[in-house]
Design a protein around this ligand. Structure first.
Ligand code: 6CS
Ligand code: FE
Length: 316
């Protein structure tokens, strides 16, 4: 078998194509009880829909501590001038802060939280490591959109992620409501792989993290998936958590409300699905976007990860 067999070719043909997913969504064997925070029902719903929303999983006090840490990071010019900080194309505000698990011990510990890493191990049925972490700030009035895409298509073509054995877990740091650009998910779209058109430009990430124009599915395929599975925008209070499969179609609108829509995203990849060389044939993307140290996250106790705030919790 070719060392780097490409089971999901994309950005090669001059016509888009939709093929069936070749990989399981929940990797535990049928009937195998994998220990973890999710119930059998939740695992089944995640497998069918491609996402799972867990309202108010974390306390307000924990989220306040995380927001305090974000303010500290945002006030530190030695951080905001680093390549990990991606600015909004128009306003220059910080759009995303990548590799937060290394920039901040608080977020590094949160990534190992049993409610998060434990759920990832349960779904991927293996040890897991962080492929990527980021905070998408989506500031009020100035947070731009993220157009429809499959993360896996990018992580496969540009990072060399072999199979669909990864997921994102997003912790809502501010309320996500119908108006401030919540993440929208196309239910069921994770079961189809949309091959995109257009050769990846060199150093594509320098553009794509601001506004993605390659590795973007065609409108007909998007419309077909939405027609099939429908659209949903999981909304809820800060502290809620959204798990979504690496290949589910998602995107979010620009935020033209006064309320920021800030979420932290941890991307867990199976330790049995580590990156090879990019299927695009190009150079690997920088480590702050695509981690190439595959050490599994060690299981830790919840008490070792919780961030408590010194500020009094908001009154109920
Ligand atoms: O290229 C990436 O890895 C990033 N791009 C998008 C649009 N979502 C996933 C990830 O943050
Ligand atoms: Fe994405």
């Amino acid at each position: 078998m070719q060392m780097n067999q490409d089971s999901y070719p994309s950005r090669i043909a001059d016509q888009p194509m939709m093929t069936l997913r070749l990989d399981p969504v929940v990797w535990s064997q049928p009937g195998e009880i994998t220990t973890g925070p999710l119930s059998e029902y939740q695992l089944k719903s995640y497998a069918e829909q491609g996402y799972l929303f867990l309202p108010e999983l974390f306390a307000v006090s924990e989220v306040q501590a995380l927001m305090q840490e974000i303010r500290r990071l945002g006030d530190d010019a030695s951080i905001t001038t680093r390549p990990e900080c991606i600015t909004e194309p128009k306003s220059g505000d910080i759009r995303s802060m990548f590799c937060v698990h290394e920039l901040s011990d608080t977020f590094g510990r949160l990534a190992a939280h049993p409610k998060l890493a434990g759920a990832a191990r349960q779904i991927l049925a293996s040890d897991v490591y962080l492929h990527q972490s980021r905070i998408n700030l989506k500031p009020g009035f100035r947070g731009d959109a993220f157009y429809w895409h499959s993360d896996f298509e990018t992580w496969h073509v540009e990072d060399g992620m072999p199979r669909m054995r990864a997921l994102s877990i997003s912790l809502l740091l501010t309320d996500n409501n119908a108006f401030n650009g919540p993440l929208m998910v196309v239910a069921g779209s994770h079961m189809k792989f949309i091959s995109c058109v257009g050769k990846t430009p060199e150093n594509h990430y320098q553009q794509s993290l601001k506004k993605q124009e390659y590795g973007v599915p065609d409108e007909e395929s998007i419309a077909h998936c939405i027609q099939d599975g429908g659209l949903t925008a999981p909304t809820g209070k800060a502290g809620s958590v959204l798990l979504f499969d690496c290949n589910v179609l998602h995107g979010s609108n620009a935020n033209m409300t006064p309320w920021p829509r800030s979420n932290v995203f941890f991307v867990y990849n199976s330790a049995l699905n580590t990156l090879t060389s990019p299927y695009s044939g190009q150079q690997p993307r920088p480590r702050f976007i695509a981690n190439r140290h595959f050490d599994p996250i060690p299981p830790v106790r919840e008490v070792d990860t919780v961030t408590t705030t010194t500020e009094p919790a908001r009154s109920a």
